[in-house]
Design a protein around this ligand. Structure first.
Ligand SMILES: C[S@@+](CC[C@H](N)C(=O)[O-])C[C@H]1O[C@@H](n2cnc3c(N)ncnc32)[C@H](O)[C@@H]1O
Length: 259
């Protein structure tokens, strides 16, 4: 455990948003602009003030309903192909965490949530029931195809919502974004997302020094994107393995990033 990491939730530093609860989580890495929490988001969020976050980007866990490929064959979740994906894909219901995201976000701010095709509609229903207004459906072209019963899948989706009114920031680019997924030695997490896409969304939706949250940070590409764009970041991750990957990723970046 480093000097900046504490065994209990802390209530200091620039992250005044985390003042509501003493029971935050089991470990926090807190350095400058970045706070990483090891714990269940539903516990972490209890310590966060309402109306305090400028943007949320997340790639949440969800139960997979489609198949995947194993040894060149299509297999389905019951056959266990996703059993080794590194986390419990069905662990947290959309209606448990999306209303909490709504609560902690400031008004007139943007929420981005990634989804596959099968979960788009459930996520959308919970978002609108929670009070979010739908803005855009963005498409991430993964530059690779995954076999499917129907058409080979080449896209992942990013649903964009706002809380409150539309905020004038600076939207550039188009609704389809190309970005290869991390592969080989670059890949730290089974479902790792490209920093370039997250950085783009952050630049388009926030201003420097604003505060972004990723409730399900995995290997922390959103934290890296915040460092690269001069934003502050809070992330939570329930699995020790991915929390440790995130914690190891940040220090070197803080030296080179825009502090
Ligand atoms: C789809 S992955 C995110 C991957 C991440 N975008 C990346 O690029 O590395 C979802 C993550 O949420 C974590 N998770 C699942 N339930 C959680 C919970 N209740 N609180 C916090 N993290 C959770 C999983 O362990 C997993 O690492």
């Amino acid at each position: 455990m480093t000097q900046a990491e504490t065994a209990e939730g802390r209530r200091d530093s620039i992250f005044s948003v985390m003042t509501g609860s003493d029971k935050v989580n089991s470990a926090i890495y807190d350095r400058g602009r970045i706070r990483l929490c090891h714990g269940d988001f539903l516990d972490v969020v209890k310590g966060m003030d309402s109306d305090s976050i400028d943007m949320v980007f997340t790639d949440p866990p969800y139960g997979l309903t489609g198949g995947g490929m194993k040894s060149g064959k299509l297999v389905y979740p019951d056959n266990g192909v996703f059993g080794s994906c590194g986390f419990d894909t069905g662990s947290i219901a959309f209606d448990a965490w999306i209303p909490e995201v709504y609560r902690v976000m400031k008004n007139d701010r943007y929420f981005y949530v990634m989804s596959n095709d099968r979960n788009l509609f459930s996520i959308h229903d919970v978002c609108t029931d929670s009070g979010f207004k739908f803005c855009e459906l963005l498409v991430m072209d993964k530059k690779m195809t995954v076999p499917s019963v129907y058409y080979p899948k080449k896209a992942e989706f990013i649903l964009m919502y706002r809380k409150g009114k539309c905020r004038k920031t600076r939207f550039t680019g188009a609704t389809v974004m190309g970005a290869a997924l991390p592969r080989g030695k670059e890949k730290r997490h089974p479902t790792e997302k490209p920093v370039s896409v997250i950085s783009h969304l952050i630049r388009c939706s926030t201003f420097e020094n604003e505060l972004c949250l990723d409730p399900f940070m995995g290997s922390c590409p959103a934290g890296e994107a915040c460092i690269m764009t001069g934003r502050r970041f809070i992330g939570s991750e329930i699995e020790q393995e991915w929390y440790a990957v995130s914690r190891d990723r940040i220090p070197g970046l803080l030296q080179t990033g825009k502090e």
